[in-house]
Design a protein around this ligand. Sequence first.
Ligand code: TXA
Ligand code: MG
Length: 302
Amino acid sequence: MKTLTLTEVKSAASILLEGGLVAIPTETVYGLAAPVFSESSVEKIFRVKGRPSDNPLIVHVSSMEQIERVAEDIPYEFYHLAEVFFPGPLTVILKKKASVPPIVSAHLDTIGVRMPKHPLALQLIQEMDVPLAAPSANLSGKPSSTQASHVLNDFDGKIEAILDGGPCIEGLESTVLLLEPKPIILRPGSIEKERIETVLRKKVEYASHLADRPLSPGMKYRHYCPKAKVMLFNSENELANYLKSTSAKTKVIKDLTPETLYHSFRQADLENVEEIAILLDAAHKEHVALMNRLQRAAYFGE
Ligand code: TXA
Ligand code: MG
């Protein structure tokens, strides 16, 4: 796997044109990219990630014009949101154009679209002049990658290159929003419900992430999980009592931030830790996106 830097966007484009896969930096997490209309490359993304074929990919664009190449019957509300939040960590589910290969959307008639806020990602998409389909650049079920070494760890020898844009500024994946028939947040992210409500001037709901019939295929899968068991604690006392009682190799995290969550999980795996004990404070508990990832990691872990 080649590591390309900011002067090598053109090389990244050539690799994609030749059918190779390139990991790309975004403001949220690294993505594993292929041109949206190249069916065999998209198929390779599913293969190298070990991703279930019923979990759709997000399409990344660098201009509003490109959105109309993958989506149709776009509601006017989408343009209001785009004006405020694009480029940025918001993915909106729209009606898919028939010309987009079904594998991208896992045979759904909808497509998730976002414009990443990272100069290298935008440059590469512009250079290709075609939207890039990209899930997060991690093995399926594992924590997302927030720096080049994480991608290397998961995909060295399996993909052609990474465009190294340094550590991701945000560290958690984008907010995924269904617009129609009514606005529902399928995955919380740093663009919060209230900000979307202000722009749409209507109520937005959260989809329950453990719902029986998930609206977003990704919701039913094990996600964001390190090998170690993730345990959440509400007070120093509770944590101290637990640590006295366990004989497992435990990593304690008391200063968790959204930016460092996945790095901590990945470090724990490298250190062969058996348990990760996380102390939560009031600010953590109010952070909807962070709690969503933590609860899923704790719930789905063995
Ligand atoms: O921040 C992000 O969104 C990152 C960067 C690389 O852009 N990407 C990312 O992709 O997190 P991924 O594949 O790990 O997560 C995409 C989520 C999944 O939960 C998937 O099920 C959902 O979006 N999704 C994609 N297309 C959808 C659709 N048409 N309908 C409902 N959910 C969809
Ligand atoms: Mg993912």
